[in-house]
Design a binder for this molecule. Sequence first.
Ligand SMILES: Cc1ncc(COP(=O)(O)O)c(C=O)c1O
Length: 401
Amino acid sequence: MEFRRITNLPPYVFTIINNLKIEARRAGADVIDLGFGNPDIPSPRIAVDKLRESAELPRNHRYSMSKGLPKLRQAIAGYYRNVWGVELDPETEITNTIGSKEGFSHLMWVLLDRGDAAIVPSPSYPIHIYGPLFAGADLRQVPMRSLADVGSGEEFTEDFFARLHDAWEIGWPKPRVLVISFPHNPTGATVDLPFMQRIVDFCREREMVVVHDFAYADVGFDGHQPPSILQAEGAKECAVELYSMTKSFSMAGWRCAFLLGNRDVVQALVKLKTYLDYGMFQPVQIAATVTINEAADFPKEVCATYERRCETLIDGLARIGWNIPKPGGSMFVWARIPDPYAEQDSVEFCSNLVRDASVALSPGVGFGPGGEGFVRFALIENEMRINQGVRNLRRALTKLG
Ligand SMILES: Cc1ncc(COP(=O)(O)O)c(C=O)c1O
C-alpha cells in the first residue's frame, strides 16, 4: 500500500545506527550509547511523589483541559518572570502541549498551508524540517555549519543573518515562518539577547512569525543564561516560544511543554488542539505544577551534570587527537569527522564505530544535508561511561594522531 505522506519520507537515519546498536548488544557488546538524546537523569522526587498522590484520586482520571490547568499555566508564567523577567498572561499567552514535539508539529499546521514557505536552519532537530513539510509547506534552509566551525559570537551572527536575508530574498512565495532553536541541537551553539532582538526585528519587518524552540532553555555552559526570545522588545508581536520540561527538569517521558508568546498564535493552537486532544493526564499536570513551583532550582543541577559530562568528553577526545570546541550549551557535542576518516560519510563512520568501538553516535546527516561530515554525541551516559567510550574510540580510531 502507498501512503503518500509516509512513503515519501526518507528512512530515518538514526534507525540504522540504533539497529546496529541493538544487534551489537544482543551479541554481548557493552555499547556506550551517546546516540539518541534521551535524558538519563531521574526526574525530581517531588514530581514522582505528586504524581502518585494525585493518581489516587478518581477526580483526576477524567478528561482534562487541552490548554492545561490554570495553576500549571500560572506556574510556568512565574518561572518565566523569575528566570527571564518576562511577563505572560496565563489565560491568553500560554498553552500546555504534549511535549514540545507535539506542540511544534501542530503549530506548523496552524501557521502553514500548502504552498507556504518556512525558513529552517540546517542542520536542525529533524521535526523542525519535517513539521513544515507535513503541513504541506516548502522549506528554505539556512546553513548553520559555520556556527560549528566559528563557535558562537559576532562572526556567527553576521554569517547567520546574511544567509537569512538570502533565504528571504530568493524565491517566491515569501516565507511566513522562521524556525530557530538556541541552545541549538545538534551544534550546541548559543546566542545572546541582541541576536534575538535582530531576529524579532527581522520578522516584524516582514510580517513573519518566528517560532523559537527553547528545549535547552536552562542548559547554558560557563555561566551563560540562554535568552528567551520573549525578552526582546516587540517580541509578542511576532514570536512564540516552546518551553519543555523534558531537559530542564529531566521529565522526558512525562510529555509536558508549553507554547508561550503572541496571543493570536497561542490561541490558534489552543483552538486546533481542542479538536485533537483532551490534554495531558491530570496527575501529570498537577505534578508538573508542583515541580515548577517547588523544584525551580532543579534545572541548575541538570545543567551542571551536562556541563561536567561535556568537559569529560571533550578533554578525553582531545587526549586521543580529536579536538572539538566546547559548545555554549545543550546536551550535545557536535564534532567534525576527523580528517583521516573524512572520506567516510557520517552514516558509514557511525556504523563503523558501533562495530569497532562499541560506541553509538548520531550521524550528522540525520539533521539535514548541512550536517553531513559531522557526528553528534549526546551526553546521556555518566562520566565513567564517557571515559570508557573514549578509551574504546582510541582503540578503534587508529589513524588519529
Ligand atoms: C530542539 C529540540 N526540540 C524538542 C525536543 C523534544 O522535546 P519534547 O520532549 O518536549 O518533545 C528535543 C529533544 O531532543 C530537541 O532537541
